[in-house]
Design a protein around this ligand. Structure first.
Ligand code: ASP
Length: 437
């Protein structure tokens, strides 16, 4: 029988009504046997996530202030869910050790983890499923990084013996039992780890959007969803700022060849976005899968005649950036010119030293900085197979009245990156969306 690991995010678990939707989704497919939960999130835009409420309790306790009202507010969140579901759940019993911990000198990760812990216990009680405490199965090294080997062994063994279980996301523990959390949004990672541990057929990540968007909805209203995206495309788009999953969630699933399906708890009928190495048979691959971009880049242009015959020139040039801890993002070259595109945040604090070193070491004919560039990545593995995509990209941006400052086609032919002035960024994205969506 198929096994699906499902992870529900905070907004999918913010209230009793949301819990019921989760229950319906689980019942709709018996292969959904392992449920990884976040802490209750916001019920509306003015609300506070339980994780943030827990951090607040921690801060109050550390400052020696009264944390009781803040803890009471957390109790009220869970109490409301339990009551709405009509279940008896010993909230006092579950909260007492947390209050005790706060009094004794709290540990930040432990406190943060209690949101997922309590939610998983509540959910397990409601569903009548087994509760598997991640502190026992998800193992961290002493330096705070995941110990994948031990984790897959422990968690895989526990899951193999369990028919249906609820697993709290976001945390695990080190060898001594001290709780350690992932970074914020880390329940996505826990879900991917659980999927890999049990060798699931599918990892479903349920959230409050119907998948990954073709482009930024703050620029293009109601953009379409991406039905399928491969891991490499996802990486390119995420790097340029498109976000749908915690970055570290992709790796375990990808390594194990487990597809990830992003789904919407509030619209379970929507197919969402499927992330996998290969598209399912019959999928029509469009030339462009998605468009993402970022502002905040500067370009350093170096011009020197006969540059191309000077062995080691590029290495010396990039070394100067590296020596100041400034990574380069792109590096388009001409015969006698080279542009180094850098993040303005990284570059500007070292600008004068870098320029002085470039002058001294490379003796360029021209050295010029252009500030305020935006980079737009047009991503799609379908580009390789389709003629004229580059022409369409350039045409669309030009038709939008935008001057293109830089073009870089990645050697993978998976993306074409164009640089435009920051003030033209939104116009260019809208033009590209119109052309390709
Ligand atoms: N509850 C944690 C957070 O708010 C982890 C998660 O939801 O994934 O970041």
């Amino acid at each position: 029988m198929k096994t699906i690991v499902v992870k529900f995010g905070g907004s999918s678990l913010a209230s009793a009504a949301q819990f019921r939707k989760v229950g319906d989704i689980l019942r709709a497919d018996p292969a959904r046997r392992f449920l990884v939960v976040s802490a209750p999130g916001k019920r509306d835009s003015g609300d506070t996530k339980v994780t943030d409420m827990l951090y607040r309790c921690y801060d109050l306790a550390v400052a020696g202030e009264d944390f009781v009202p803040a803890l009471e507010a957390i109790r009220a969140r869970y109490g409301e869910i339990a009551e709405g579901l009509g279940i008896k759940f010993d909230l006092d019993g579950a909260l007492a050790p947390i209050a005790e911990h706060l009094r004794k000198g709290p540990q930040r990760d432990y406190m943060a983890s209690r949101g997922e812990y309590l939610n998983a216990r509540l959910m397990a009680a409601w569903l009548g499923w087994t509760f598997l405490d991640s502190a026992e199965y998800i193992r961290f090294h002493a330096d705070g990084t995941l110990d994948p080997d031990t984790t897959y062994k422990l968690l895989g063994a526990a899951m193999a013996q369990t028919e249906k279980a609820v697993i709290p996301g976001f945390y695990g523990a080190d060898e001594t039992g001290r709780v350690v959390t992932f970074s914020r949004g880390g329940s996505d990672v826990s879900g991917a780890i659980a999927a890999r541990a049990v060798k699931a057929d599918l990892y479903e990540n349920w959230t409050d959007v119907s998948g990954m968007l073709f482009t930024d909805p703050r620029i293009v209203p109601n953009p379409s969803y991406i039905p399928f995206i491969n891991y490499r495309e996802l990486r390119e788009l995420s790097y340029m700022g498109a976000s749908v999953l915690h970055e570290d969630a992709v790796f375990p699933a990808r390594r194990a060849g487990i597809p990830i399906n992003i789904r919407n708890t509030n619209r379970p009928e929507d197919p969402g976005t499927l992330i996998a190495a290969q598209a399912p048979a019959g999928t029509v691959i469009p030339p462009v899968t998605g468009i993402a971009g970022r502002k905040g880049f500067d370009t350093v242009l170096v011009e020197k005649s006969m540059m191309n015959s000077e062995v080691g020139f590029t290495a010396r040039l990039l070394d100067i950036f590296a020596a100041h801890g400034v990574p380069f993002e792109h590096c388009p070259t001409g015969i006698d010119t080279m542009s180094v595109v850098v993040s303005a945040d990284a570059f500007r604090p070292h600008r004068e030293e870098i320029l002085a070193a470039l002058e001294a070491d490379l003796k360029p004919d021209l050295l010029k900085v252009e500030e305020g560039l935006a980079m737009i990545a047009v991503v799609g593995c379908g580009m390789v197979a389709n003629k004229g995509i580059a022409a369409r990209i350039l045409g669309a941006v030009t038709a939008a009245g935008v001057n293109i400052r830089m073009i870089d086609q990645g050697s993978s032919e998976l993306n074409i990156i164009i640089g435009v002035r920051e003030e033209d960024y939104e116009t260019a994205i809208r033009g590209l969306y119109k052309e390709f969506h």
